[in-house]
Design a protein around this ligand. Structure first.
Ligand SMILES: [Mg+2]
Length: 349
C-alpha cells in the first residue's frame, strides 16, 4: 500500500517539477515587465516567486500536521511513513526549486555598498539643494560675464556634461542594485534609449536662461553614437534647449573617452564661460590624466581657483572616475577585489 502511495506521489511531484521551473522562466520573460529582461534578469524575481510558490510548502505543512489516524506502531517505526515521505519530498522539492532559482545568481554583483549613494541622490533634500546651488552659481557667473565681457568677438557658450550633471540616472543605478548587476554597456545603452532619465533640479531652467541670453549650450557626453538618438529625445522631452547634431557631442572615438578634443573644438569657435560636470574629467585634460586618488586631489589643489568660477561641479556619489581611481583604473577587477580595494583605501584613526 505504501509503495502504491509512494509511486503516486512521485509521479505527481515529477509532473510538478517542470511546472515550477516554468514559473520562474515565464516570470523572467513576462511581457508585462516594463523593460525587456536581459539575460540573467528575472532570476532574482524567480527566487522571490519560489518563496510564494505553494507546492513544496504545502507538502511540508501537510506532513507536519498531526495525522488524524496515527499509523500503527512497529512497521511504521522502521519504514518511512506516508507523512514522513511527503515531508522529505517537500523539503527536497523546496531545495531543488531554490537551487534552480539561485544557480544563475551565484555570480551576481553585491551592490549593497551603493545603496546609500543612490538613496542620497534620490531621497535627500541635500542633493536637490546642492544642484540648485550649483545652477544658481552658474547663473551668477554667467550674468557676471554678460556684464563685464562686452567686447568679446566670440559668441558665448556653456559646456555641460550630461549624466548626473543635467540628467539624473539614479533610477538605472537603483535597477542595477535591485537586480544584482554591475554596470555593463548593454544595460546602459538600453537605459539611454528608453529616454526616461529625469532632469537634475535646476538644470533645465539654467540652460534655458543661458539660451535666452544668446549663449550657446553644448552637451559634451561620453554616451556613444548608438545612444545619441535616445539621449536627444530624453533631453528634448525634458525641455533642454537647442539639442541638435551641432550641440550634442557624443563620444565617437572608440579608443579614447577624453573630452578634450571636443572641448577644444568648442573653445576654438566660442568664448566658453562655464564648464559644468559631476566628474573632474568633464573640466580639463589635467584631470583626465590624473589616474590615482592622490593625483586627482593634487590636480584640484593646483586648479582650485577655477572651481566656482569657470568650473562648476555637481554632486555624484554613485560612480565616477573618483571610484575608478580607487580601483587603480583596473576595469578587470572582480567584485570581491573591488570591495577589498575600497576597504584598503578607507582612512581611519
Ligand atoms: Mg557625468
Amino acid at each position: 500500500m505504501n509503495n502504491c502511495i509512494r509511486r503516486k506521489v512521485c509521479s505527481t511531484l515529477a509532473g510538478l517539477m517542470p511546472c515550477a521551473e516554468n514559473l520562474s522562466v515565464l516570470r523572467a520573460k513576462s511581457p508585462s515587465s516594463k523593460r525587456p529582461l536581459p539575460l540573467g534578469e528575472g532570476w532574482g524575481e524567480g527566487l522571490a516567486n519560489t518563496a510564494r510558490y505553494p507546492a513544496p510548502f504545502f507538502f511540508s505543512f501537510y506532513a507536519s500536521r498531526p495525522h488524524p489516524s496515527p499509523l500503527p506502531e512497529g512497521e511504521g517505526n522502521k519504514k518511512p511513513t506516508y507523512r514522513q515521505f511527503l515531508g522529505a519530498l517537500g523539503v527536497m522539492l523546496t531545495l531543488a526549486l531554490t537551487a534552480t532559482a539561485q544557480t544563475p545568481n551565484q555570480k551576481q554583483a553585491d551592490k549593497e555598498y551603493e545603496v546609500g549613494a543612490v538613496l542620497w541622490q534620490q531621497s535627500s533634500g541635500e542633493h536637490r539643494a546642492l544642484a540648485y546651488q550649483a545652477f544658481a552659481l552658474a547663473k551668477l557667473m554667467l550674468d557676471r560675464d554678460l556684464r563685464i565681457n562686452r567686447r568679446g568677438k566670440l559668441r558665448r557658450a556653456v559646456v555641460v556634461d550630461v549624466d548626473e550633471t543635467i540628467l539624473d540616472n539614479s533610477a538605472h543605478e537603483a535597477w542595477l542594485i535591485k537586480n544584482h548587476r554591475s554596470y555593463n554597456p548593454q544595460d546602459w545603452t538600453e537605459w539611454c534609449n528608453r529616454a526616461q532619465a529625469g532632469a537634475v533640479p535646476g538644470a533645465v531652467e539654467f540652460l534655458r536662461y543661458a539660451n535666452s541670453r544668446g549663449v550657446r549650450v553644448f552637451y559634451i557626453t561620453n554616451r556613444k553614437e548608438v545612444e545619441k538618438d535616445g539621449t536627444a529625445r530624453n533631453l528634448k522631452q525634458l525641455g533642454f534647449p537647442e539639442v541638435n547634431d551641432e550641440t550634442l557631442l557624443v563620444r565617437t572615438d572608440k579608443d579614447s573617452s577624453s573630452k578634450e578634443p571636443r572641448r577644444l573644438a568648442v573653445g576654438a569657435k566660442y568664448h566658453v564661460v562655464l564648464l559644468m560636470g559631476d566628474d573632474l574629467n568633464d573640466f580639463a585634460e589635467v584631470f583626465e590624466q590624473s589616474k590615482t586618488a592622490v593625483n586627482r586631489i593634487e590636480a584640484v589643489e593646483r586648479n582650485r581657483d577655477q572651481f566656482g568660477a569657470h568650473f562648476i561641479v555637481l554632486p555624484n556619489p554613485m560612480y565616477g572616475h573618483w571610484e575608478d581611481a580607487i580601483y587603480g583604473s583596473n576595469s578587470k577587477l572582480t567584485e570581491e577585489e573591488k570591495a577589498a580595494k575600497r576597504r584598503e583605501q578607507l582612512k581611519a584613526n
